[in-house]
Structures are given as C-alpha cells and as structure tokens.
Design a binder for this molecule. Structure first.
Ligand code: RBF
Length: 352
C-alpha cells in the first residue's frame, strides 16, 4: 500500500517536473526532443554554426552565418549561435566533437570540403547529432546532409574571363598563362577548381597553361602579395585569388603592377575598381538559408549529398556591376556573356 502510494506519488512528481521541463524548454535537449512529436519538436531548436577559420576576409563563411541566422530569425523559438574555429585545422575536430558532446545543439552547420570527414568521425561517437554541411560532400550517413557547388562551372567562368583579359593585355605572346593563388591545396582545388579554371582559359585559346601558387594558409596577405608580384614579374597578367584574407595582398600587388584579378565566391569588383575584372560567385547565403529552413521544416534529407550549379541559381558570374562594365571592354563582355548564357541554359556540357 505504502509503497504503491509512494510509487504513484513519485510518478506524479515525475510527471509534474517533466511537464515543467517540456513547457520551459529546459532539461537535456536531445532526449526531450527525441521523445516529443515532430510538430512540438520544431518549436524550439538550437543551431550552432561552426566556422572552420574566421569570418573576416572569407565571405564564404560570412554568407554561411548570414543565411543560417536569417532562417533562425524567421522562426520563433529557434536560436543560432556562430562559433569561429580559428586557423589551426588540427583543432577543428576536437572543437566540433565538444559541440556535439555538449548535447546543446540540435544541428551543427558548417562549410568546408574538410568538414564531412570530421563530421563522420564525430558522428560515430555522437550518433544523435545532426550536421548540415555546405561546400563539401559525403553520402550515406543518416545524420549528415551535404550540399556542394558545381565549382567546375564557377572556375570555368573565371578561367574564361581571365583568358580573354590576358589575351588583350599580352596580344601576340604566342602562348598564354593564367594565374591562380590558393590558400592551400585540397582535393576540390586540385581536382575541380584548378582544372576547371584551366579548361575555361583553354576554351578561349588551347595554348593556355596555369601559373598555380599556394600561400600555405588563409590569412597571410604579405605572402599573397609577394607570390602575386612574382607571378606578374614572370608575365602572368591575371590572377584568380582563392586565399581568404591573403586575397587582399594579391589585389594590392595587382594594383601596383597594373595587372588584374578575378574574384571568387562573392562580387569583388568594388574591392579595387578597375583591377578586379571578374567575379565568379556562389550564393552560399541563399543555400544556407534554404537548407536551414528545410531542416526546421523537417524535410532536410539527411544521408544525401546534393550538387548545385549555375542552372540551379547557386553559382553565377556577375555581369551587371558598373565596375565590371567600366573595367572590361564591350567585346570581352560580349564573349563572356555568351559563355554564361550557354552555361545557364545547360547548352554547354560541363562536368560537376
Ligand atoms: N576559403 C576561404 O575563403 N577562407 C578560408 O579560411 C578557407 N579555409 C579552408 C580550409 C580548408 C581545410 C579547405 C579545404 C578549404 C578552405 N577554404 C577557405 C576554401 C573554401 O572551402 C572554398 O573552396 C573556396 O572558398 C572557393 O569556393
């Protein structure tokens, strides 16, 4: 009797506190969320954006944070927090692991080709943690969704404009060269971006080769400037820079040498009008917003890996900026416009 009453009493107390925890949204998040109905679960979500590097100087990360924050702000009860992981890549996995271990976050969002492997490893230890990763790819992990951009297309358009501008600057040189300065080497750079860039240049003239240099990090503008100055001295006329904060040095060196730069990921014409002659962009803010929204609506297909490009509206070349129109001749712009029209209408078969 007594013990029966006690059990019932204890059960009532347990129910009362459970109700309080659910109503106030306190308590251990993961277990609460896994036990409530999907409709109720969507009313409060906690998202963390892990920046693999720092936001300053890397618009690809600024766009990531902006897109997630916008989606979170639209839905009451959803919080988003941005954490910078810094430039020491050895610290990224332990830091992501600590975020998962905290049990605080329903979703970890990040962006970088190295993140899928990190998330895969963290996921083995924390199998209830969900990941939304952009600019990377992994298939078949039920807790990870990835979205990658068609960077062959993005780089091809950059190579095409770099080649056209190079040929007008170095007329009659016989054979030509386009420059690329990267923060570091990585598979997407070596296997997609660099070859796509060269293919774009070679679609203008097959004699093009690539002058490819690596800064060794994503922040050192001094090294970016000295690499670029050396390339310009060697006869390269246009450099595509994909080096985060080091891009600033490349642009500075180009301005000093009277040479040109092609920008990647965002519209860069305004950074140095007249020096920046192309902008091959990604709409990562749009992707981050849409995919976060899908997650909050419960429709993000975890386990899948999607690829989006020009025809899907996530990769583009900016042609309507007044600085582009002033910096680049009408003849070159007409040729670039024709290429973009063909890529947009899928008239030009390009690889992913
Ligand atoms: N791009 C940046 O703009 N800033 C960075 O700090 C940065 N860090 C990266 C670190 C690693 C390990 C890798 C593989 C790529 C990094 N990228 C960075 C490149 C980025 O993922 C993307 O390829 C470029 O922004 C071109 O779209």
């Amino acid at each position: 009797m007594v013990s029966g009453f006690f059990r019932k009493g204890a059960f009532a107390v347990f129910l009362f506190f459970s109700a309080v925890l659910v109503l106030t949204g306190c308590g251990e998040k993961k277990s609460d969320k896994n036990n409530v109905s999907p409709a109720a679960a969507d009313t409060s979500k906690s998202i963390v954006v892990f920046i693999p590097g720092v936001m300053s100087g890397s618009p690809i990360y600024e766009m990531l944070a902006a897109g997630v924050n916008r989606a979170a702000a639209e839905q009451p009860g959803v919080t988003a927090q941005v954490i910078e992981g810094g430039f020491n890549q050895a610290e990224w996995e332990p830091r992501v692991s600590a975020l998962a271990a905290s049990g605080i976050y329903d979703l970890i969002v990040s962006s970088n080709p190295s993140l899928p492997a990190i998330a895969q490893s963290v996921s083995a230890k924390f199998p209830r943690q969900k990941f939304l990763l952009l600019d990377g790819e992994i298939w078949g992990n039920p807790n990870i969704y990835t979205l990658r951009y068609n960077q062959w297309e993005q780089a091809f358009m950059a190579g095409h404009i770099a080649a056209l501008v190079t040929m007008s600057a170095k007329e009659g040189a016989g054979h030509y060269r386009v420059g690329l300065v990267a923060g570091q080497e990585y598979p997407a750079m070596n296997n997609i971006i660099l070859p796509g860039y060269l293919a774009g240049a070679r679609s203008v003239d097959p004699s093009f080769t690539a002058d490819f240099r690596v800064v060794g990090n994503w922040f050192d503008a001094g090294t970016g400037a000295s690499l670029a100055a050396d390339m310009f001295r060697g006869g390269t006329a246009v450099i595509l820079c994909i080096a985060g904060g080091a891009n600033e040095g490349v642009v500075q060196a180009a301005a000093e040498a009277g040479a040109k730069v092609v920008w990647f990921d965002t519209n860069g014409y305004g950074i140095r009008p007249g020096t920046v002659v192309g902008s091959s962009v990604l709409y990562q803010d749009k992707a981050a917003y849409e995919q976060t929204k899908r997650y909050l609506e419960g429709t993000l297909p975890f386990g899948e890996a999607e690829v989006v490009g020009v025809a899907d509206g996530f990769v583009d070349f900016i042609e309507d900026d007044p600085h582009y129109i002033t910096a680049v001749s009408p003849e070159i712009r007409a040729k670039q416009a024709e290429l973009i029209r063909r890529i947009r209408s899928r008239d030009l078969p390009l690889r992913e």
